[in-house]
Design a protein around this ligand. Structure first.
Ligand SMILES: Cc1cc2nc3c(=O)[nH]c(=O)nc-3n(C[C@H](O)[C@H](O)[C@H](O)COP(=O)(O)O)c2cc1C
Length: 147
């Protein structure tokens, strides 16, 4: 049994729609347990085999709570090495946040990341939701293989 966490922030609901579809995709894989959350304590992350972070872009950056989560993981030295990591998020025109998140996952936390991050402009349409479900499924399958 692999444990998958989808944790996200949203202000206007677009990244939330993505997160729900990502979780749905992961749940479709047999042998995984999926949690979908708006907040997670950094210590809890060590319990999961795959961590998928949903981060919308505001002011060319990730939002303060996502940055805080990443900083706390680093500060408390929560070991995520080798766990599966993925990042996604809604954006309007530049979409930096999921790229930043994935970069930290790969280079600082030494996670086994799925590239590239999944970016969707504003609200996901049906095609976008299919991509989100695929990201969840891919992460869950990768986590299953590595456990
Ligand atoms: C004040 C404000 C600043 C924003 N800054 C950016 C930005 O720098 N780059 C970008 O790609 N999108 C930017 N956006 C667009 C949001 O990323 C977009 O609306 C996205 O769908 C929000 O996701 P959410 O519904 O999950 O909160 C901004 C939106 C607002 C309201």
């Amino acid at each position: 049994m692999s444990k998958i966490l989808v944790v996200y922030y949203t202000h206007t609901g677009n990244t939330e729609k993505m997160a729900q579809a990502v979780a749905e995709g992961a749940k479709a894989v047999q042998g995984v347990e999926v949690e979908l959350k708006r907040q997670a304590s950094p210590w809890k992350l060590a319990d999961f085999d795959a961590i998928l972070i949903g981060a919308p872009t505001y002011q060319h950056n990730m939002t303060a709570n996502i940055r805080k989560l990443l900083e706390e993981i680093a500060f408390h030295e929560v070991n995520l090495e080798g766990k599966v990591g993925a990042a996604f998020g809604s954006y309007g025109w530049s979409g930096e946040a999921p790229r930043f998140v994935l970069e930290v996952m790969e280079n600082k936390f030494r996670m086994d990341v799925l590239k590239p991050p999944l970016l969707i402009k504003y609200a996901p349409d049906e095609k976008g939701l299919v991509e989100c479900r695929k990201l969840g499924r891919d992460a869950a399958e990768k986590a299953l293989k590595s456990t």
